[in-house]
Structures are given as C-alpha cells and as structure tokens.
Design a protein around this ligand. Structure first.
Ligand code: JFZ
Length: 283
C-alpha cells in the first residue's frame, strides 16, 4: 500500500484532460448559453438522449495527437495524465465492446484516444490516470441515483445493479486490462453508490492493476488510497493523509465557447505551489 501511494505522491503534478461530446455544444444549446459546468449541459438543459447522442455523428477531431498532448504535459513538468474514459453522459471515450455508445463505434473518428494516450504516456514515462463516472450515466435507464437522467427515463423503473453488471463493471474491466499500466483510477461521483458495487470496483482495480491508486470519489464506504479534495480547493483545512486537489484552468472542466474565464498563469502557478508545498498533489 505504502509503495503504491508513494509512487502517487511523488508524482505531485498532473494534467487532467476533460474531453468528450460536450466539447461540441461547449456550453451553448440552440443558441442559448446554459449556465454551469459545460460538461453538465445534457443534464442542465434536459436534452433528450435521442438528440444528445446525435452529437457523436459530428465528433471527428482528426487533428488529435496524443503524442503532442502528452509531450506538452511532460514539458510542463506533469508526472501523470488523467483522461475522461467515461463522463456523466455515459459516452465511452475509448473503444468499448460493452456498449456501442463509444468514440469508435458511434463517431466518424474511428480512433481510440485512450490507446494512443496510453502509448504516449508509456513513451514519456508519464503515469496514466483514468477518470470513470461510475455512478452517474445519463445514457443508461438503470443508472438511477442522485442527478440521474429523469427526463428520458423513469427512475422508479431503474435497477442500479442491472446497470452495474451490464455496463459499469465490464467497462472497468476493459479499461483495466486493455491499456497497459494504469497508475490511477479517478472515480467520480461517490454519492449514492451501493457498497457492494464500490467494493467490486475497488477489488477489480486491486486485482487487475495492483500498482494503481484509487481516489476517494469512489464512495460506498471503501477505503481509498487518498482523499480527493473539492474541485479548486485551496484552503488550509487539510486531511492527515495523502490528498489531491483537481483544479480547472477556467470555470469549467470541458471546453467552453464563451465566457470561459481563463485563470491567469500566475494564479495557476500559485495554486500548484500552494498544493505541493502543503504535501498535496495537483491536477
Ligand atoms: C465532478 C463532475 O461532476 C464534474 O463534471 C467534473 O468531472 C469534476 C472533475 O468532478 O464535479 C465535482 C465533484 C465534486 C466536487 C465538485 C465538483 N466537490 O467535491 O466539490
């Protein structure tokens, strides 16, 4: 346990890339600015799934270069790289065999960014972290719980364990077995997850990637390897254990078209220095 956590705390500084279908609307739906985090647009604007999933048809980032992203991160001094394999919209940003709601089968792009990023990280000696939204999934009628999709589906009809068995657990297994060494599993969000599901996720990570740390947003009462602080947390009340602050470079995680509110470089450097000088890790 100590060795695993040491590798993680030694990393100190990472880059989280929050990529997915929300990059297309980028905070604007039918010409209207939707308030809140841009990756929450489907939920905030109650976009019908049938309409939202059409975004995939236009998702074709042909100039994407994993090499370039990872090289930039490495040159900036980052030691780990976190990629959103599946966010709350339920869309897999890697080639999933479990659900065809994924970047290879549902878009014209036809490439697996996670595979390319994993390769680039290995080349640069960067630790690969994978973000996975285990609880919220707006595509799956059975993923019932806090902030679930109740505009397309009736939550009373949903069975969380059915979602877990059919989609979440098998996808975690794919992620943990197909992309080489993973140093960090970044789960999100903890609220409402049944204990047995969280325990299963924990056990899967330990079994298939014994070197990987697990953040505290897995939830469900399992003991994580470190505490994820609130987003953009830069206060002096700190836990007596390993911790990480994930922070944004603007007001959102996903891309924003207007009013992004980019933070000045000095502020970002200060935030990074603040965190690492207090023994934390920052991404
Ligand atoms: C979550 C997501 O909902 C969000 O879209 C993004 O992925 C972010 C990294 O994580 O948002 C959170 C989760 C927890 C807190 C704040 C935002 N928190 O504990 O303050």
């Amino acid at each position: 346990d100590l060795e695993r956590r040491q590798t993680w705390t030694d990393a100190r500084f990472g880059l989280m890339v929050h990529w997915g279908l929300p990059a297309i609307p980028a905070g604007i739906w039918h010409g209207r600015q939707v308030e809140g985090l841009t990756e929450w647009i489907q939920y905030k604007a109650r976009i019908p799934l049938a309409e939202y999933r059409k975004l995939a048809e236009d998702f074709n980032p042909t100039s994407f270069s994993a090499r370039e992203w990872v090289r930039m991160a490495a040159e900036a001094g980052a030691k780990y790289f976190v990629y959103t394999a599946k966010h709350h919209d339920g869309f897999a940003m890697y080639h999933s065999q479990v659900s065809d709601y994924n970047i290879v089968d549902a878009t014209p792009f036809d490439r697996d960014p996670l595979a390319e990023l994993a390769e680039a990280c290995a080349e640069h000696g960067i630790m690969l972290g994978v973000y996975y939204s285990q609880m919220i999934d707006w595509e799956d009628p059975d993923a019932v719980g806090p902030q679930c999709n109740d505009w397309d589906f009736d939550p009373a009809q949903g069975d969380f364990h059915a979602y877990w068995r059919r989609k979440a657990a098998p996808q975690l297994r794919e992620i943990l077995t197909r992309y080489g060494d993973i140093g960090l599993m970044w789960f999100d969000m903890p609220s409402g997850i049944p204990e047995d599901c969280a325990q299963e996720a924990f056990d899967l990570v330990r079994e298939l990637q014994p070197g990987a740390v697990i953040n505290s947003r897995l939830g469900g009462g399992v003991a994580p390897d470190y505490t994820s602080m609130d987003d953009n947390y830069f206060n002096n009340l700190l836990p007596e254990r390993d911790w990480e602050t994930a922070a944004t470079t603007n007001d959102s995680w996903a891309f924003a078209e207007r009013g992004a509110g980019w933070k000045p470089v000095e502020g970002l450097c200060e935030a990074l220095a603040y965190t690492v000088s207090r023994g934390g890790t920052c991404c």
